[in-house]
Ligand binder design. Sequence first.
Ligand SMILES: Cc1cc2nc3c(=O)[nH]c(=O)nc-3n(C[C@H](O)[C@H](O)[C@H](O)COP(=O)(O)O)c2cc1C
Length: 177
Amino acid sequence: MNILILTGSPRPNGNSNFLAERFAEGAKAAGHTVTHLDTAHLDVHPCIACEHCHNGSGTCTFHDGFTDIRRAIAKADAIVFAGPIYYFGLPAQLIAAIDRFYACGDDLKFPKKAALIVTLADTNPDTAAAAVLQFRKIAAYEGWADGGVLVAPGLWSAGDAKNSPYADQAYALGKSF
Ligand SMILES: Cc1cc2nc3c(=O)[nH]c(=O)nc-3n(C[C@H](O)[C@H](O)[C@H](O)COP(=O)(O)O)c2cc1C
């Protein structure tokens, strides 16, 4: 399986990137190919609802970092979103990329499965409920099977995930794909 991981933290050595890497290690151990693209450092412009993509061409008016993401989605059997919780939701970096799915049309039919990894400082996992619900709604809308959700609360500083039980849980989630 060809798995695309989209991360969304501006902290390269942060918690969600670390868990995404552990997921990738597990997935590779299971024989999968993993591509990692980082929405936080790809210069993805937010959608401006210009409808250029729906004028028949299926192309976006912006030619930016999302071009690589779109190409990768069209080749992916599965897609994994990983990022921090910002104000009870997914961070703007991931949302900007997700909103650009608007232009992708049939490219989004290639992935058949999806997963979500989110990290948050609060020790109450319910703080991630809105992000989890959004992920599940998007997966259902796109027809992607729910491959699993890993909510990792209690992680504040970059590096906190390293000695947490979530490191092994992320690996196991990747291996389960
Ligand atoms: C702008 C901002 C907003 C945040 N909002 C929340 C929040 O609503 N709830 C929470 O528990 N943690 C919140 N946090 C903390 C991060 O979710 C937490 O530190 C997470 O582990 C960071 O992941 P990262 O290292 O992958 O960036 C916020 C952090 C920032 C910078």
